[in-house]
Design a protein around this ligand. Sequence first.
Ligand SMILES: [Zn+2]
Length: 322
Amino acid sequence: MKFFISSCTSLLWVVFLVSCMADEESSEEAVEEEDALNADDSKEFCYDDSKGCGPRNWPGSCQGGQYQSPINLPYDPRDHRRNARLADLSQSNNYFNEQRFNLTNNGHTVQVSLQDDLTSTCLLDGSLLNNQPYVFSQLHFHWGSSDDRGSEHTLTNGGYNYAFPMEAHLVHYSAEFNSFTEALNSNKYGAIAVVGVFFEPADRDNNALTPIINAMRNVRNPKTKTGGSRLNLSWFLFQSDQKDVDIIQYYGSLTTPNCNEGVLWNVVAFPAPISYRQMRSFRTMVLDSEGKNLVNNYRPIQPTNSNRKIYAVRSSVKRRQN
Ligand SMILES: [Zn+2]
């Protein structure tokens, strides 16, 4: 009997070792892909001001820019509905169809890009975006080490500021340009449009996040990339069956160096759910460049100067067949 138990134990050890070896193999694959990553992603900045690379020392417009992001956004749902300009936000076919994606840990965040070139078809437009089509470029996240921090924007209502544990940014560029970089370098107002989505803790998993979290286990180390299954951007953007969303719109900046201005921000005021378990995955599954859990990757709130216009927009979401 003793022998039986010990041979079972050794069998378990063999199974364990084989599975470890398999794990090692997949992480090696990920490291090999490191070289293929865009050199832009390796710019050395961090979120910790006790080191030289924190937000206080970020370069470019990050210092001295007049229209920086993120900011505190005033939001009173009753006022919002009374004063809101009505607009529509249309999504083309490929925005609401499932797409194959890649996930990258660039040391600052996890970032989703689409595998297929859908630059002519994965579009957002509508009067919310001044009827200009915008091409989806990438989607990434900012999150905190606890539930009271993590979002970049905050909402202010009745004298209180609300931060959320996570905020997603869906980055787009105007279809008049050939690439995100070309749009950025144009310095034109509205060349880049970002949709911001807050997440709030909930008991049930948010299925829109599942494919991303599943892929996260393959990008534990910074500068690694993996292929994901399929992702529906539309689910991501507008949760459940909401047809109308409150959006807060203003002109600000990128929230990472060089903090380029002229970015058209569209922050969805109503948070999407993320389960506690899923939130824990973000906090523990990916490492930063120092080998620590990647958390608190949000830029602090920037001053809102007095002549800055912040619009309330009540937006109806439409689907357009292309
Ligand atoms: Zn961002």
